[in-house]
Design a protein. Structure first.
Lengths: 347, 289, 249
């Protein structure tokens, strides 16, 4: 019997007591985005804009900052779907990877243009994600997660087997990011790491700006409603499946944007950027930073990138530590950093 | 020519058998506890490695029996200590947990036994081919198929006729009612998890005899296991069985015609099923989650 | 023309016949109560009217339009709003935010990214109106999850009203409530009935609420209709008396 039939068939007692409401998670969502944005946003942007200044002082380097921003973007992209619409995608790295390959293939085979590379990367991941989203938007929960993983692995498979085009397991090489010509000026993002960092930050600003706009709009509130109580959303006449599809599509477009930047960062794209291992890592970034907050995933990405960089330099068994990180976060810090802070400060 | 076809079909059936064994283990845990066990392939590897450690002292047959049991016990402990704590929360946490476990177990295997492959010695009685022509139909391969068939049949009998099995089946349909009947649901979940892991460990021992040991040996079976479940229909073990057989056979047949598409055909089948019959071959209407 | 009509509606789950050949009509503006003991099929019947699942046989008609195969979402757009036995709200949002989502959904704003000043003001006015109707204006900025059961039900009804429905379907609105809260919710329903043109269908167990509010009562038992009439007729019906009115609440 399906769950609806089970529910219908079981007799309800006359004095049915409403089920106890779940323990409240840190307040986020429509109010959270608006409330969180001012202070957290100011701090975040201050740190991001000045990163090339203070990062070297603590042993960091600019490329690390670029990596944090790129991973932060893909984590925020996933959070759009996971944290704000409440749907579990565990195959999101695929669209990240598609963005990377799109940009890389464009630079290698088509034209020496950063702009075109970015566009192609964004479109490749975004359009494919939109098409696939239509197939899965009726599924929920772990089944939804399983299918997203399987779809992701299809792209991984294509990436490593179509080696004449993609370079197979070794990855796609033979391209570099190109300086950007703006009128009479040339922004040398190829050789100047700092300039490239600000380019990445610029794209990040555009993307997160759009994201914020979407989340504060009626559309964003509808996504929240779906997350909070899908049945109630359905019975308010909301086309739930269609909204989930749209949310998935948007999340894929943002992820592929990050992927395109990633290819430009490394001058390289390889299949591991599509594997579900990376998908899982993106999820842990989101959860570590705070799944239902706007800036949480960026913070989670920063922690992960720095940690992984550090640990892999001192031990060969860094995978155990990453695995341990997953386990510890899940068991002891499920709300994530920003989530815990918000909870403390909530009235 | 016939020999080539038989060679490929034999390989395909073996692979299909492993798909089924793996998929059933993942499905058991998924159906009752709503958890995708990302670490399943790693428990498989652990089973193989434990057998490797045990063979010198209790021989292959002993290891075949004992190693899966040890892995199952380990699975039981993992479920009790960790997985249990995240059942009542958003499912994303249980997924992340098994994800992390996968990393840990894989790295531990790598640390203890090294990165390069290790052989698992199998008894001489099993290693010979049936005939010089059909050299690839070794005793071991027949043995593997037999064990898988016995295990699958055993699993279905267990679920159908034992008390624990019946409770597990009831639990996958309606866990609340099972709890209301006074059955210890927590223990049920732990035991069910252990059964699923047992299947992984068993697959590991069998696979080790065939392809040797390495820390990633279970990885290639994870996606086929998922796809077998999707194709067969979530919630139905019979469906999973059929799904595993279907993709295994399809993969085998494709190898005879176009070897490079051997893996792709599995994804194609999944795509076709999702487009035409989204609930899977034997999935039920309304089983969307 | 009738507002809602059920024609020979039947629902079977395998061999279990939950609802057997029920026909009824509800006039516009009427308050109809559906009563009956546990297992009578009331909620199943309700679920078919609201589109939770389709009937095995029979038709559901809304103001002359056959909606038997229409989805639940579509029925909302056609003017049906319902509340559930276990209150379905957004517990971690404020009352105002709950109603806001409903108002935006009703006005077709769910997919919009930009709203003009005029639209925002109009939506705000709609929200305030609904809050006033349900007496929640003073509690608008509290989290719904923290309110009393009575207020939560009022909030759920507010969301239903925000949809500007023709028909309100309330499934056991006073379920699990004490005296005070029952009084509060019943009062709200009466106000809605007297002061506006909503057609209201009510599944209820509390007989005081039923007999005080209903224009007509339909009695179900074991999936079939036992009786259908005015409160006076139902009260006088010996079969109904025997089976149901002796049941303590």
């Amino acid at each position: 019997m399906s769950s609806t039939e089970l529910q219908a068939a079981s007799a309800k007692p006359a004095t049915a007591v409403p089920a106890p409401l779940p323990a409240p998670l840190p307040v986020a969502g429509a109010r959270g985005v608006a409330a969180g944005l001012p202070l957290t946003g100011i701090i975040v942007w201050a740190l991001l804009l000045s990163a090339p200044l203070w990062l070297p002082l603590i042993g960091g380097y600019t490329a690390l900052a670029s990596r944090v921003v790129v991973m932060g973007l893909v984590a925020m992209a996933l959070n759009f779907l996971l944290g704000f619409t409440g749907q579990m995608s565990f195959g999101h790295a695929a669209y990240f990877g598609l963005g990377a390959y799109g940009a890389g293939l464009t630079l290698r085979y088509v034209a020496n243009s950063t702009g075109l590379a970015m566009l192609d990367g964004i479109l490749l991941g975004g359009v494919l994600g939109t098409i696939l989203g239509a197939l899965i938007c009726k599924r929920r929960g772990v089944y939804f997660a399983m299918i997203t993983i399987a779809f992701g692995q299809i792209f991984y498979y294509i990436a490593y087997s179509w080696d004449s085009v993609t370079g197979g397991y070794d990855g796609l090489r033979g391209f570099t990011r190109q300086p950007i010509g703006v009128g009479p000026f040339v922004i040398d993002i190829l050789n100047n790491g700092t300039l490239f960092y600000y380019f990445v930050l610029f794209v990040f600003a555009l993307a997160t700006g759009v994201m914020s706009l979407l989340l504060r709009s009626p559309f964003g509130r509808t996504l929240l409603a779906i997350r909070e109580n899908e049945r109630r959303a359905r019975f308010l006449g909301i086309a739930v499946d269609r909204h989930i599809w749209l949310s998935f599509s948007i999340a894929c477009f943002f992820a592929s944007t990050a992927g395109a930047l990633f290819a430009l960062l490394n001058n390289f794209a390889d299949p591991t950027s599509m594997h579900y291992t990376l998908s899982g890592i993106i999820v842990i970034m989101v959860v570590m930073g705070g799944m239902r907050t706007f800036w949480g995933p960026l913070i989670g990405a920063a922690i992960y990138v720095v940690l992984q960089d550090y640990i892999s330099s001192i031990t060969v068994n860094w995978m155990s530590f990453i695995g341990l990180l997953f386990v510890l976060v899940v068991m002891f810090f499920p709300r994530g950093i920003l989530g815990m802070i918000k909870q403390r400060s909530a009235p | 020519m016939l020999q080539l076809v038989l060679f490929n079909v034999t390989n395909g059936l073996i692979i299909g058998a492993f798909f089924v064994l793996m998929a059933l283990g993942v499905a058991m845990i998924l159906n009752l506890s709503n958890v995708i066990n990302f670490a399943h392939g790693n428990f498989l590897a652990l089973g193989g490695y434990l057998a490797y450690m045990l063979v010198p002292s209790i021989g292959f047959w002993g290891a075949l029996i004992v190693a899966p049991l040890i892995v199952a016990a380990l699975g039981f402990v993992v479920e009790r200590v960790m997985v249990r704590r995240v059942y009542n929360r958003d499912p994303v946490y249980s997924l992340l947990l098994t994800f992390g476990l996968a990393f840990i177990i894989q790295d531990v295997c790598r640390y203890i036994w090294g990165v390069s492959g290790l052989p698992l010695t199998i008894p001489d009685s099993l290693s010979q081919g049936l005939s010089s022509d059909l050299f690839f139909i070794t005793g071991y391969r027949v043995f593997m198929m037999a064990i898988v068939i016995v295990s699958v049949v055993g699993l279905f009998l267990f679920l159908r006729y034992t008390r624990l099995g019946t409770r597990i089946r009831a639990g996958t349909l309606d866990l609340d009612t099972v709890a209301a009947l006074g059955i210890n649901v927590r223990l049920l979940r732990s035991l069910n998890f252990a059964v699923g892991i047992y299947l992984a460990g068993l697959a590991g021992v069998l696979a080790a005899g065939q392809i040797g040991l390495n820390p990633n040996m279970g990885d290639d079976l994870m996606m086929p296991a998922f796809i077998a479940i999707i194709v067969g229909g979530v919630g139905s073990l019979t469906g999973t069985l059929l799904g595993g057989l279907l993709i295994g056979v399809a993969s085998a047949l494709t190898t005879t015609v176009m070897p490079s598409a051997q893996e792709a055909v599995i994804y194609v089948i999944m795509a076709i099923v999702l487009l035409t019959r989204p609930r899977g071959l034997m999935g039920e209407e309304g089983m969307l989650t | 023309m009738t507002m809602i009509e059920a024609r020979r509606v039947t629902k079977t789950f395998g061999s279990l016949v939950a609802v057997n050949d029920i026909s009824l009509t509800v006039a516009p503006g009427e308050l109809r109560a559906i009563i009956g003991p546990n297992g009578a099929g009331k909620t199943t019947f309700f679920n078919m009217i609201t589109g939770f699942f389709p009937p095995t046989r029979g038709e559901i008609v809304l103001q002359g339009q056959d909606i038997t195969r229409t989805s639940a979402q579509q029925r909302v757009k056609l003017g049906m709003a319902r509340t559930f036995q276990i209150t379905e709200i957004f517990p971690e949002l404020t009352v105002r935010e709950n109603v806001r989502i409903a108002v935006e959904a009703a006005d077709g704003f769910s997919l919009r990214v930009f709203t003009s000043r005029a639209d925002t003001d109009r939506l705000a006015a709609d929200i305030d109106a609904v809050l006033a109707m349900t007496d929640l204006s003073g509690k608008a900025d509290r989290l719904v999850g923290e309110l009393s059961h009575g207020d939560q039900r009022a909030a759920e009804i507010a969301m239903a009203l925000a949809l500007k429905p023709r028909v309100l379907l309330l499934d056991e609105p006073t379920a699990g409530m004490g005296e005070q809260e029952t009084f509060q919710v019943a009062g709200l329903i009466r106000r809605l009935h007297k002061q506006s043109s909503y057609t209201i269908m009510l599944v209820e167990h509390d007989m005081r609420v039923v007999f005080n509010l209903a224009d007509r009562i339909t009695v179900l038992a074991e999936g079939q209709m036992l009786a259908d009439g005015t409160p006076a007729e139902i009260a006088a019906n010996p079969a109904v008396q025997a089976a149901y009115l002796g049941e303590a609440h």
